[in-house]
Design a protein around this ligand. Structure first.
Ligand SMILES: Nc1nc2c(ncn2[C@@H]2O[C@H](COP(=O)(O)OP(=O)(O)OP(=O)(O)O)[C@@H](O)[C@H]2O)c(=O)[nH]1
Ligand SMILES: [Mg+2]
Length: 397
């Protein structure tokens, strides 16, 4: 299952975001270093379900869920300890826990956009949130540099000597980060590093580490605590300061309240929606809290931002799409007769053969052809699938 890591300075709302997205109950508190050991849970990437394109009625999801026409595809979320400046030198809790997000395909940086927490996670006023972006990126780059430096002398010599270029050796050292040889090759080429790492100076090693970070851990910024008075101005400033970055305004606390109220049956709420309906008698306090959320978060921002941050990460940062494999191309059923049973997240541009391999590695060998179930057209191995495609894979027995 795809993994996404939730990272950031301490006391910004990472665990609130995580708990809102997964409904795993974890400790949340207004002080630094509440989370020490990582939390792991299941969150969802959501998209309009393919069944809504047909008259046939509701789907029968097996590897995912479908609520009110919204398909929910599970992913793994990790909530880790907060970073403090110079964690890479062992400050605070150090940066060992970055190891907990080694395999994450992307990161969501939960940022306190109100500027009310300082670098160490203590209360302050007027902190520039852009500083936190800079510092987090630097910490992760230094962490990657640390992995390279474990045996740089030997590694760089070996990489320089390889007739296939420097990428294979460097990629091997970085394989724990989920980075491929292809990725390293691209980084070397795009950054003009050259094939002799043994000649790279300190600055080049650090720049290389930064470029590897961008490739292996693309990062979305969740501008959290958007409900606080200073947040709007800070958010707008941040967008102007960091024009190339994906920033989603976010109120993890509100999403957590909505998800919990929905779990208790008090309201009906689909994550990502801009409204909810009250289902039963609730006390005055909860009523006030929910009204506040509707008026100050949902009406203003069009949602709490938690689901949007996850979806943006999947669809824009990682450039994924949703594809539905089926066995019966006419009725769009699985072998067991479930209607539109499975939804897969694949990289945009993935081929029919990629889908086959994703379902079962064995299917690559057995692949004969595929069928686009919407048009009935036959598709070859190399046919690039589109978002929302419904595909039958024909196999050799
Ligand atoms: N106003 C406001 N407060 C929030 C929001 N999200 C979280 N908080 C509060 O921020 C504080 C820290 O929340 P946590 O979720 O524990 O933060 P964390 O980043 O996991 O902190 P550590 O684990 O200590 O690094 C708590 O008091 C939360 O209630 C939000 O959207 N708005
Ligand atoms: Mg926490």
């Amino acid at each position: 299952m795809m993994q996404i890591g939730i990272v950031g300075k301490t006391n910004t709302g990472k665990s609130s975001f995580f708990s809102a997205a997964t409904l795993v109950d974890v400790e949340i508190s207004n002080r630094p270093f509440v989370t020490i050991k990582p939390n792991q849970g299941i969150g969802y990437v959501t998209a309009k379900c393919a069944h809504t394109d047909f008259e046939k009625g509701e789907c029968q999801p097996q590897n995912s869920k479908c609520i009110n026409g919204i398909r929910e595809i599970p992913i793994t979320l990790y909530d880790v300890a907060g970073l403090v400046p110079d964690a890479w030198q062992g400050k605070g809790l150090g940066n060992r826990f970055l190891g907990d997000i080694m395999q994450a395909r992307a990161l969501i940086h939960v940022l306190d956009v109100s500027g009310r927490t300082d670098a160490e996670g203590n209360p302050t006023k007027g902190r520039d949130p852009a500083l936190d972006v800079e510092f987090l990126e630097r910490e992760i780059s230094y962490w990657i540099r640390g992995i390279l430096m474990e045996s740089w002398q030997k590694l760089s010599k070996q990489a320089a000597m390889d007739s296939k270029g420097a990428a294979p050796t460097l990629a091997k050292q970085l394989s724990g980060l989920g980075i491929s040889e292809e990725n390293v090759k691209e980084v070397i080429k795009e950054g003009n590093f050259g094939e002799r790492p043994d000649n790279w100076n300190e600055d080049e090693i650090l720049r290389f580490s930064g470029d590897i970070r961008k490739k292996s851990k693309p990062m979305l910024i969740a501008a959290n605590k958007i409900d606080l008075p200073e947040s709007r101005e800070n958010y707008e400033k941040l967008r102007a300061q960091l024009p190339g970055k994906k920033i989603v305004p976010c109120c993890a606390e509100a999403e957590l309240a909505l998800r919990r109220a929905a779990r208790n049956g008090a309201i009906e709420y689909v994550p990502g929606a801009k409204e909810f309906s009250v289902l039963k008698e609730i006390d005055e306090k909860q009523k006030k809290a929910l009204e506040f959320i509707q008026k100050n978060i949902l009406d203003v921002w069009g949602g709490t931002g938690v689901q949007e941050a996850i979806n943006e990460t999947a669809f824009n940062l990682l450039e994924l799409m949703v594809v539905y494999p089926v066995e019966d191309q006419h009725k769009m059923l699985s072998g067991k007769g479930h209607y539109l049973p499975d939804a897969y997240l694949l990289k945009k541009g993935a081929t029919a053969l990629d889908l086959a391999g994703e379902i079962h590695s064995d299917f690559i060998k057995r692949f004969v052809a595929a069928v686009d179930c919407r048009s009935g057209m036959k598709l070859g191995k190399e046919h690039a699938l589109k978002s929302n495609d419904i595909v039958k894979i024909q196999l050799n027995h």
